[in-house]
Design a protein around this ligand. Structure first.
Ligand code: G3P
Length: 217
């Protein structure tokens, strides 16, 4: 399973990149706002050291304008995945841009049928939002499972990019279901390394080591 980092915070991406944890990056207008940076500049900086897909999202609502924005974003670097919303205009944009050879990430997916139609439109990635479904008391992970089954039934090549991941358990469950990619904030990626028994065990070892009076170096 590939790890994409869901942020436009360059320092946070760099830290994880140095550990080999970054297979790609996803951004969206809210994350660009949070970064306080210009979308073209910050995306270019991310692409200067991340070689995997870097999603940059269009903001227009009409297909013609989305296509123009997508082409402009794709000029930033060859590894840009143009992110479009799962609307009818977004699907038209997906069809055109994927036909031109660009990677397209279709986002804001909340149903299996939306994922099916995005695959038909040539999406490289489909981004189902787990956390936002959980927020309204639906089962976000069930959607990941349904899409996995549908894509496997028909050998669709569209990759399932599980998004809106809020917890380490979301990551584990996506791996068990067989999502191709998860995108998660840096804090969630770091949380994958944590376990209370690891901390407890280390405290015990440290205390016992001190009692030996020994040194390794
Ligand atoms: O990639 C989409 C993701 O950023 C949405 O996450 O937590 O805002 O629902 P969230």
């Amino acid at each position: 399973m590939k790890f994409f980092i869901d942020t436009a915070d360059v320092d946070a991406i760099r830290e994880l990149h140095d550990l080999g944890m970054v297979d790609g990056v996803t951004t969206n207008p809210s994350l660009i706002l949070k970064s306080g940076r210009n979308i073209l500049e910050v995306t270019k900086e991310i692409c200067s050291f991340v070689s995997g897909p870097v999603s940059a999202e269009v903001v227009a609502l009409k297909a013609e304008d989305m296509i123009a924005e997508g082409r402009k974003l794709a000029e930033i670097a060859p590894n840009i995945a143009v992110k479009v919303p799962l609307t009818w205009d977004g699907l038209k944009t997906c069809k055109v841009l994927s036909g031109e050879g660009f990677m397209v990430n279709v986002t804001l997916c909340f149903s299996a049928n939306q994922a099916l139609i995005a695959a038909k439109a040539g999406a490289t990635f489909i981004s189902p939002f787990i956390g936002r479904l959980d927020d309204i008391n639906l089962e976000g992970l069930d959607l990941i499972g349904d899409i996995r089954t549908i894509y496997d039934n028909y050998d669709f090549e569209t990759q399932i990019l599980a998004a809106s991941i809020r917890t380490a358990n979301h990551v584990k469950d996506c791996a068990l279901i067989g999502a191709d990619v998860i995108t998660a904030p840096p804090a969630v990626i770091k949380a994958l390394a944590s376990h209370v028994l690891t901390d407890k065990g280390l405290d015990q070892f440290t205390a016992d080591w001190a009692k030996t009076g020994q040194k390794i170096i």
